[in-house]
Write a protein that binds this ligand. Structure first.
Ligand SMILES: Cc1cc2nc3c(=O)[nH]c(=O)nc-3n(C[C@H](O)[C@H](O)[C@H](O)COP(=O)(O)OP(=O)(O)OC[C@H]3O[C@@H](n4cnc5c(N)ncnc54)[C@H](O)[C@@H]3O)c2cc1C
Ligand code: SF4
Length: 316
């Protein structure tokens, strides 16, 4: 690990100001992704600004009947919150499908949204990777791509966003709230938060350098039945090959987003309109224009079957 300096920020604006003004500075939340990447020198920050002690760890109701989740709320506390379990079950289910109990105790809401891809070549500093070293090439194209993306990818990068929680937040139409070093606040719809790779796969999100996530806001509850189906190589402690977050109403209409397939949670509202016609109709529309490799083409029928399983449970 490269040497770095460390400080605790006093408040969110100060944290943002330090990171924006100091090249190589990064926020440190639970550290469960950042420190792992620092140990193998994929990430080499020169200065860490610890945000864990800022007062951003509350879950509170909003005036319109939704919830505001502080950026530092742990994944464990968020999944266990009574209001979340009652009104946003898809969120609890997605979180407990991820990582392990120990990791979820440390992992924060903001850090989970900002975890980096699990493409194996991103972790191997001997291999070319446009995300790790812009312009170096992409070892996954023509390489081992079983875990990687089938849609929304580019000729520069075919990795996926690996997280579970964000897939549920996409179905719930969450909003990411931020502050910068001047105290300017911004609300970003989760649909716009993660970027498609395009020519710049090194940029995972639309956050500006030094912009700090302060909270994630959920709109009022949707009702309906909530589901999160995650298909992976092991029963636990593995990232999704394909996941499906869904909220299905009694009349069969609803919302669906897919994980493990694209640079961001993949939701196509036009496909949701086809839910009463069944899973195959929905996925045919949602994955229109997909560009799978021979290694990961199985993700398309897998997505259909995972959704079919949810729709069958929704009728039960
Ligand atoms: C073995 C293992 C298995 C895992 N399995 C899963 C899984 O199945 N599903 C899943 O979804 N996840 C999984 N994870 C990932 C885990 O959920 C993430 O590591 C965790 O959520 C990151 O949160 P953190 O608070 O530790 O972030 P950190 O590691 O502290 O930070 C991550 C990034 O976010 C930035 N950051 C942190 N807070 C803020 C903020 N408030 N504003 C702006 N930037 C910020 C940091 O600078 C850093 O770049 C796994 C991790 C491990 C190690
Ligand atoms: S798919 Fe993306 S993350 Fe993986 S090697 Fe290619 S550029 Fe790097």
């Amino acid at each position: 690990m490269k040497a770095f300096t460390y400080e605790r920020a006093k408040d969110p604006v100060e944290a943002a100001r330090i990171v924006a003004s100091r090249p190589g500075a990064r926020f440190l939340a639970g550290g469960t992704n950042l420190l792992d990447l620092m140990k193998i020198e994929v990430e080499t920050p020169t200065h860490l600004v610890d945000v864990q002690h800022l007062a951003l760890d509350e879950i509170e109701g909003t005036p319109d009947g939704g919830l505001r989740i502080g950026a530092l709320v742990s994944n464990t506390d968020l999944a266990a919150d009574e209001r979340v379990r009652r009104d946003y079950g898809v969120l609890t289910r997605s979180i407990v499908a991820g990582a392990s109990g120990q990791l979820r105790n440390k992992a924060s809401t903001a850090g989970n949204l900002l975890q980096r891809t699990r493409c194996p070549y991103f972790y191997d500093t001997n291999m070319p990777c446009n995300k790790r070293t812009p312009g170096s090439g992409c070892a996954a194209i023509g390489g081992a791509s079983r875990q990687l993306g089938v849609i929304g990818v580019s000729d520069k990068c075919i990795a996926t966003f690996p997280g579970d929680m964000a897939v549920a937040l996409r179905v719930l139409d969450a909003t990411v709230e931020t502050v910068d070093g001047q105290g300017q606040r911004r609300s970003i719809a989760i649909a716009d938060f993660h970027r498609l790779w395009g020519d710049h796969p090194e940029q995972d999100t639309v956050l500006a350098p030094g912009e700090l996530i302060t909270s994630v806001t959920l709109p009022p509850p949707l009702g309906g039945k909530h589901f999160y189906e995650k298909v992976r190589d092991r029963a636990s402690y593995a990232f999704a090959l394909v996941s499906v977050a869904a909220v299905i109403r009694p009349d069969g209409a609803g919302r669906v987003a897919f994980g493990g397939v694209a640079p961001r949670p993949w939701r196509v509202e036009a496909a949701e309109a086809l839910l009463p016609q069944g899973a195959a109709a929905v996925t045919a529309r949602a994955f229109q224009g997909a560009t799978p490799t021979k290694d990961n083409a199985f993700k398309l029928p897998l997505a259909t079957r995972a959704l079919a399983s949810i729709l069958s449970d929704a009728k039960a």
